[in-house]
Design a protein around this ligand. Sequence first.
Ligand code: IPE
Ligand code: IPE
Ligand code: MG
Length: 242
Amino acid sequence: MALFKKKEINLPPPQHIAIIMDGNGRWAKKRGLPRTAGHGAGAEAFRRTANYCRTLGVKYLTVYAFSTENWKRSEEEVSGIMKLLGKYLEEALADMEKNHVRFRFFGDLSRLSPELQTLCQNAQERSSEYDEVQVNFCLNYGGRDEIVKAAKSFAREVAEGKRKPEELTEQLFDNYLYSAGVPDPELIIRPSGEMRTSNFLLWQSAYSEYVFMDVLWPDFSPKDLDAAIAEYHRRNRRFGGV
Ligand code: IPE
Ligand code: IPE
Ligand code: MG
């Protein structure tokens, strides 16, 4: 048993881990704090987890920060989240150069404030040459929205005579997604106890291993990531074979 455990620890981590950063509101409620306090603690958990992924040698980390459905929340909560994102991104821009982290944003950024859009663009452009770790930040992201946008882009190219409908394959379709060029995540972690995708990476998760955990996102620690990776290594991935 001890030997088995040792072997688990030595196994390389997946090259792409995706996380649905859920449970901030419940974390705050448990402490009698406003929901925005939970989002602040969630931002810290993200920083901690991204650093740990870098230490482990994870190449891609994709995080779900705000969904196309999250606009349904109160104006107060949404503006609190946007403010935090602005603050976080400004700090991330400063850190990025030091840590050689590449940032990409998946989602429809046009609905964000002009200031936030500029921060996202700056982060994306200024880090585009880094290739050690890549963080894909899903902001105003929806898996269905992503697929519809990809279909529209392809249809537009067909209408312009640049493509033929018969040319479309699963591989080519990948190029029209926000995640173009990024391999599919091997592991998707959802903390907070909820067991659903909530519109996250619908196309890319076809063969991802899901690990659902009871911990609330602001409490998520390197130990939890280790546990999720160990669980991933215990899975038997068959991809439809035997
Ligand atoms: C995730 O935490 C953050 C966002 C969706 C923006 P929640 O705010 O959904 O936290 P719970 O699920 O209400 O606890
Ligand atoms: C998913 O969490 C979105 C993010 C974590 C950004 P939600 O809290 O919005 O999902 P539901 O409402 O529980 O499905
Ligand atoms: Mg939630």
